[in-house]
Write a protein that binds this ligand. Structure first.
Ligand SMILES: Cc1cc2nc3c(=O)[nH]c(=O)nc-3n(C[C@H](O)[C@H](O)[C@H](O)COP(=O)(O)OP(=O)(O)OC[C@H]3O[C@@H](n4cnc5c(N)ncnc54)[C@H](O)[C@@H]3O)c2cc1C
Length: 411
């Protein structure tokens, strides 16, 4: 019978895990070196989308052919610090192998189970807490230059439809009724209903963590140096003990897992946001700008433009070029937009080569449960991942086949 659990990492995944365990009557200690919702975590600055239909893995078929051209163009949403390439290769090779069509189909099916009920999972986690005020429900759109660009994207759209995420096609006239300030550049769109987004992801995570503490959960501030047996050692000398330990440290999970004998394939897919505060105009729902591959989300204090993938590891400082690109791209969407001030941000998506998270016990340390690697979808699937991690800790049956999420699958 599990009575005590330590959860390492207070991003969306760790906070959701801790709160589900607390509700099950477990004594939970949540540990982080920063406050929940602080800018250093990926859960702070993301696009806030509860992307139910995001079932297409990052490694899409045909990607290998596109990458060299993208890396050479300053207008493409992919950046690489070339010195980092040798360190990236062990992750990049299996990542590219996963872009084969058969793999894509299998991965998409697992993603659909993870994302499908994400809005309901958020509503269930946040119900009765101040966090529920940050959940918005509504449409999610994809904007295309024209109908042929939409048809060119047919593999993704067919995949979504096949997995039960149906959509409506909108021509320019219908689209501009919904988004009247949209530039001429975008002539076509698809609309997916029954989606959701967070009006402030950082405040949402902080509100859930506050509720957890006010309801009897414990938060310890400190940086974990190592996990040994049932103990968690912090850099300041503190030692915490519990029956089970959940590792939910996002993109930083790999170094702790490695010390336990695991060989995690986890990379930081760095992403950026440009947050336009008090803009002159706000669209009514979030949308993906498909040619520029970034998301625009109406949030509480402004318009967040988020996206870009940059490979440069966990320690390199943020780059300027991705922010320049986002500024240029949002002008192409709303040429007349003005705003009072702006915030820029870089964060680390915890990404695996097959776009699927690591969930379950580590073979060499079975009392440690992994719950990390949710890549571009960590906000969407965080509450579900946390709930399943809690079920695993408690020895309960998990409500999906999690063999594809085995943390040792790349060993
Ligand atoms: C630009 C961008 C846009 C995105 N948009 C979306 C979106 O619209 N929808 C979506 O679903 N997802 C989106 N994502 C992805 C999503 O933000 C992440 O997948 C998710 O936030 C990961 O959550 P996490 O809890 O696993 O990690 P994090 O939020 O990074 O939290 C990990 C925590 O672990 C702590 N930690 C690490 N190591 C230690 C240690 N040794 N000791 C103590 N604490 C430690 C860190 O301090 C941190 O607080 C986006 C990401 C980016 C970068």
């Amino acid at each position: 019978m599990v009575q005590s659990v330590i959860v390492i990492g207070a991003g969306i995944t760790g906070v959701a895990t801790a709160e589900w365990l607390r509700r099950a009557g477990v004594a939970v200690t949540l540990v982080d070196r920063i406050e929940p919702g602080a800018p250093e975590q990926a859960s702070y600055g993301n696009a806030g989308l509860l992307a139910r239909c995001a079932v297409v893995p990052t490694a899409e078929p045909g990607l290998l052919g596109k990458v060299p051209k993208m890396l050479l163009s300053s207008d493409a949403p992919l950046f690489l610090r070339w010195r980092y390439l040798p360190r990236l290769l062990p992750w990049l090779v299996p990542f590219l192998k996963n872009s084969r069509p058969q793999r894509m189909a299998a991965i998409s099916q697992t993603l659909a189970v993870l994302t499908g009920d994400s809005v309901d999972q958020h509503l269930a986690l946040a119900a009765g807490t101040p966090a529920e005020n940050y959940i918005k429900t509504g449409d999610y759109m994809f904007y295309y230059r024209d109908k042929s660009a939409f048809e060119h994207d047919s593999l993704s759209t067919q995949m979504r439809r096949k997995l039960g995420f149906d959509y409506e096609e909108l021509d320019r006239a219908t689209l501009t009724k919904l988004d009247p300030k949209l530039s001429e550049r975008y002539q076509y769109a698809t609309r997916f209903t029954d989606h959701g987004w967070l009006s402030s992801p950082a405040d949402y995570v902080a509100a859930l963590a506050d509720f957890f503490v006010q309801s009897g959960g414990k938060f310890v501030s400190g940086e974990v140096a190592a996990i040994e047996g049932n103990s968690v050692k912090l850099h300041d000398g503190q030692v915490l003990q519990a029956d089970k330990i959940v590792l939910a440290a996002g993109a930083w999970s790999a170094s702790l897992a490695r010390k336990l004998g695991q060989r995690p394939f986890l990379e930081s897919e760095r992403g950026y946001h440009l947050f336009l505060k008090n803009p002159s105009y706000m669209p009514s729902c979030p949308f993906m700008v498909t040619d520029a591959k970034f998301v625009v989300t109406p949030m509480r204090d402004g318009l967040r433009c988020a996206g870009i993938v940059e490979f440069a590891g966990l320690n390199a400082p943020a780059s300027d070029a991705p922010i320049r690109l986002l500024k240029k791209r949002i002008r192409e969407v709303y040429p007349d937009l003005t705003w009072q001030s702006e915030e820029t941000w870089m964060g680390h998506r915890p990404s695996t080569p097959d776009s699927l998270p690591h969930l379950g016990p580590i073979k060499t340390a079975p009392n440690v449960i992994c719950a990390y690697g949710s890549q571009h979808l960590g906000i969407t699937i965080g509450p579900r991942l946390g709930r399943m991690a809690a079920d695993i800790v408690l020895g309960k049956k998990v409500n999906m086949d999690i063999s594809a999420l085995d943390p040792d699958r790349f060993a």
